[in-house]
Write a protein that binds this ligand. Structure first.
Ligand code: FAD
Length: 391
């Protein structure tokens, strides 16, 4: 990499939000906690503070700007193929230790990155990448690895297990007036633990969609707002798993989240979607309805509407199952207590830690990113402190 100052971040404009959902929670006057989207707030104001004045969002890669170039080498567009393991007496507490990684650069050339004395491999490939890489490296359930012909380096039964995703359900409408593009900025948390959020997106529509929504003869492209009200369940009890589709790390593994396999999650989804129904029936949402020629007012839905009878549990549960999607907060796969210990060391293998969302059994808060950045910082500082102590 030519200098750490090279920007790796995405150039995304910071959204200015409509506080539609916030408004409705106050008006409903029920027992909801209203909080700002903590992680987004934190990421924008604390983690990326120096660049906040430019009104842009930044990724963790921006923190490289503050690294000491003499102490770090970054390989971009590189893909780690395998963790190298060896039995070594250097690490007295465990027989097997990580000694480095093999990675492939963007031109397909292989490289070795080896740990120095007292060094460690820190695996942060995420909820899908970390368990995948451990399995490919021969760390996982013995019988499963053997069935794939992968030599077993260490039998660790729960690698790739306890994978979670927070189910998201909701509705989308086209309002009669344009709204600004707005990502999620506020969240309402119900007593039953559903997180309610709102967003609006401006989407270019072409014929025949135009004929459905707008009656103008214009031939220029139409940009319509789609407003979405959604709820996600925090801490789902339904668990999934990850299996390898190939021993080639570039092939995506097969992931099953088993949404709503726990009846508790179904019940929480039904409660959350009922609350969306309450929001839709509130006075402030009337402005988002279209007036029909005979005087009635209705929402124009994009995709499925909520069942008419919100009290019908069977219909609501069916809506949850039919419309479930991800909010991209999947986590687990190398969970603490089963794959890593409290210091994020891989259980039974030396000089190897997993530090990312794969270690979580619950994705924290509304959005996890800032917490995960702080996890990296927490562990980094802890390791520095421990090293200083041992010298
Ligand atoms: C579309 C989308 C939108 C999101 N929006 C938000 C949001 O607005 N706010 C928020 O807080 N969270 C958001 N999230 C969730 C958040 O991004 C994740 O929870 C968080 O990034 C997880 O962090 P992590 O460190 O566990 O893994 P990741 O951030 O996924 O990092 C893992 C990294 O490892 C790399 N990797 C994997 N395998 C290999 C390999 N073999 N070799 C080399 N590199 C590898 C991956 O490319 C990736 O860069 C969003 C997620 C998605 C997908």
């Amino acid at each position: 990499m030519n200098g750490l100052r090279r920007q790796l971040c995405l150039d995304q404009s910071l959204e200015t939000g409509n506080l539609l959902l916030e408004m409705d929670f106050w008006r409903l006057g029920s027992n909801h906690t209203l909080v700002s989207v903590w992680s987004t707030w934190l990421a924008q104001r604390l983690v990326a503070l120096p660049l906040m004045v430019q009104g842009r969002r930044h990724s963790a890669a921006d923190l490289l700007n503050y690294a000491n170039e003499a102490n770090i080498q970054v390989a971009v567009y590189a893909s780690v193929e395998r963790i190298l393991l060896a039995s070594t007496s250097q690490y007295s507490r465990s027989r097997l230790s990580a000694i480095g990684v093999v990675y492939r650069d963007k031109k397909g050339r292989y490289h070795h990155a080896m740990v120095r004395e007292k060094g460690e491999v820190m695996l942060s490939a995420g909820a899908i990448g970390s368990p995948q890489l451990l399995l490919i490296s021969g760390i996982g359930p013995r019988s499963y690895l053997s069935s794939l012909g992968i030599p077993v380096s260490y039998h660790l039964p729960y690698v790739g297990q306890y994978l979670y995703d927070n189910p998201r359900n909701g509705i989308s409408i086209v309002p009669p007036m344009p709204l600004e593009n707005s990502l999620i900025q506020v969240v309402g948390i119900t007593e039953a633990g559903a997180y309610l959020e709102a967003a609006s997106t401006v989407i270019p529509f072409v014929s025949p969609a135009r004929a459905v929504f707008i009656r103008t003869p214009s031939t220029s492209p139409l940009y319509l707002t789609v407003a979405t009200l959604m709820e996600k369940i925090v801490g789902p009890l339904s668990t999934g798993s990850l299996r390898l589709a190939s021993t080639d790390v570039r092939v995506n593994p097969i992931v099953r989240f088993n949404y709503f396999s726990s009846p508790v999650d179904v019940e929480r989804c039904v409660n959350g979607t009922r609350k969306i129904g309450d929001v839709l029936r509130s006075r402030s949402m009337e402005d988002f309805m279209f007036r029909e020629w005979f005087g009635a007012r209705n929402f124009r839905y994009v995709g499925p509407a909520l069942p008419v009878d919100l009290s019908d549990f069977t219909q609501m549960a069916d809506f949850c199952r039919r419309t479930v999607s991800t909010i991209w907060h999947y986590h687990g796969g190398c969970v603490m207590g089963k794959v890593v210990d409290r210091d994020y060391h891989l259980i039974g293998v030396g000089a190897l830690r997993v530090v990312d969302g794969s270690t979580l059994t619950v994705s924290p808060g509304t959005n996890p990113q800032a917490t995960l950045m702080m996890l990296g910082r927490y562990l980094g500082l802890k390791i520095i402190r421990e090293r200083k102590k041992s010298h």
